[in-house]
Design a protein around this ligand. Structure first.
Ligand SMILES: Cc1ncc(COP(=O)(O)O)c(C=O)c1O
Length: 422
């Protein structure tokens, strides 16, 4: 796959200057990974480059957004081609790219998910799904799973069930939580709650990302679908992180052979451009007739980019690549788990893989995870960190990353775990 190659120069800017600006001008809530963070000035393919010219293999790809890698030529060309002729109008005028993208999604999505609403972030896509679910059902309440993350606005945060991301002191009482995928009683609690509480919808990630790469047990989503059908509850699959071929199928719900009433997706859809989509059925869409607009939703550049992203995924068969590379990565990590006592579990699907270190209930596990992340960064490898206990090393590399690069990241990890004291 092609990427552009000029090298950015940044010899004036220093990490200390930027950190000082951060301290003085940003709200403190905005935080970064690493005790000694690099100042990233450029991305090329699967690599990021810092202000000192040091290269890092990017195994987290901007929390899964850069599935095609950085500065991908075809994506940049699509953006340039559109920006040169029309940049922005809002949806009060007709522009072609949004309709082409909506038509493309109707072809790609499972079942009757023929209708799209476009916006600029994953949070907004989930808000859109929740709004439509309330309009359709006439119900106010929402149910979500422990360990789920759905966004940063009032409603999206109220259904987020990871304590560190629930920062609003006045979250909505109309949102309730059920035990997550790992709990034996998850589906029976959901069944009871749906029977008695009149929920508009359940919202869940088919694979929980921020919660620590938690996959559902086999058949879970099929039962969830039945429970929803039996109680007139709608089902929202939040594929903001796991969608667009990351797990080896276009949407992660494709693995479950279930069609939800909504799929929300973002991140990899724009490969670095802000675009998100909320897909729903003709039946639900039929009641959504009151006005809905988003200034930057369906922006022509973002829609053209998304179309180019989908073309690149198809042409390079990235679903199959994610599946094959993911299997190799998991095999390498499972082998490593037999040698490194720090690894408690390796889990995930495709190129969405978590390596749990230590015991989530023991704060030392999070400290160790940070040490490993820092040491990996020093060696030139960027990994993610997820889990309620912040102790899950996370691989979400660009889907174009080579087997050799992934093998190299595993070898480095083996070397670092070998030296860590836990
Ligand atoms: C599963 C999931 N849903 C929603 C969001 C929120 O998306 P955004 O940050 O684009 O608003 C995220 C962000 O990480 C996510 O991982």
């Amino acid at each position: 796959m092609k990427t552009t190659s000029p090298i950015a120069t940044c010899d004036q800017t220093k990490v200390e200057d930027v950190l000082e600006q951060k301290r003085r001008y940003l709200i403190p809530s905005v935080y970064h990974f690493y005790k000694e963070p690099p100042l990233i000035v450029q991305g090329q393919g699967c690599e990021l480059i810092d202000a000192d010219g040091k290269r890092y293999l990017d195994c987290y790809s901007g929390v899964g957004a850069m599935s095609l890698g950085h500065s991908h030529t075809e994506i940049l060309e699509a953006a340039h081609a559109q920006i040169d002729i029309l940049q922005h109008t809002t949806t009060i005028y007709l522009t072609e790219p949004m309709f082409d993208l909506a038509e493309r999604f109707a072809e790609l999505a499972p079942g009757e998910l023929n209708r799209s609403f476009f916006c600029a972030s994953g949070t907004e896509a989930n808000e859109a799904a929740m709004l439509m679910a309330s309009q359709f059902t006439g119900r106010e309440r929402f149910l979500s799973l422990a360990g789920g993350l759905h966004g940063r606005t009032k409603s999206a945060m109220s259904v987020t069930q990871i304590p560190m991301w629930r920062t609003d002191p006045f979250l909505l009482d109309s949102c309730d939580v059920a035990p997550g995928y790992n709990a034996d009683d998850s589906l029976s609690v959901i069944e009871q709650k749906l029977k008695t509480n009149n929920f508009a919808a359940i919202i869940a990630e088919p694979i929980q990302g921020n919660g620590g790469i938690i996959t559902p047990p086999t058949g879970y989503w099929q039962t969830l679908r039945e429970l929803c059908d039996n109680t007139g509850t709608l089902l929202i699959a939040d594929e903001i992180q796991c969608g667009i071929n990351r797990t080896g199928t276009f949407f992660a719900v494709n693995h479950e052979q279930v069609t939800p009433d909504f799929i929300t997706t973002a991140k990899a859809l724009g490969n670095g451009f802000p675009i998100a989509a909320c897909l729903t059925t003709d039946t639900v869409a039929a009641v959504c007739t009151r006005p809905a607009a988003s200034t930057y939703g369906a922006n022509p550049i973002a829609c053209r980019v998304a179309l180019a992203v989908l073309d690149c995924h198809e042409q390079n068969n990235l679903a199959a690549q994610a599946e094959q590379k993911g299997q190799r990565l998991m095999a390498n990590l499972n082998k490593l788990a037999t040698q490194a006592k720090e690894i408690t579990e390796v889990r995930g699907r495709g190129l969405m893989v978590g390596v749990e270190l230590g015991d989530a209930d023991n704060p030392d596990a999070a400290v160790m995870t940070d040490q490993v992340l820092e040491a990996m960064k020093d060696q030139g490898f960027l990994l993610g960190k997820t889990g309620i206990g912040r102790n899950v090393l996370t691989f979400m590399p660009p889907l174009i990353m080579s087997d050799e690069q992934l093998d190299e990241a595993c070898e480095q990890l083996a070397g670092i775990l070998n030296k860590i004291e836990y």
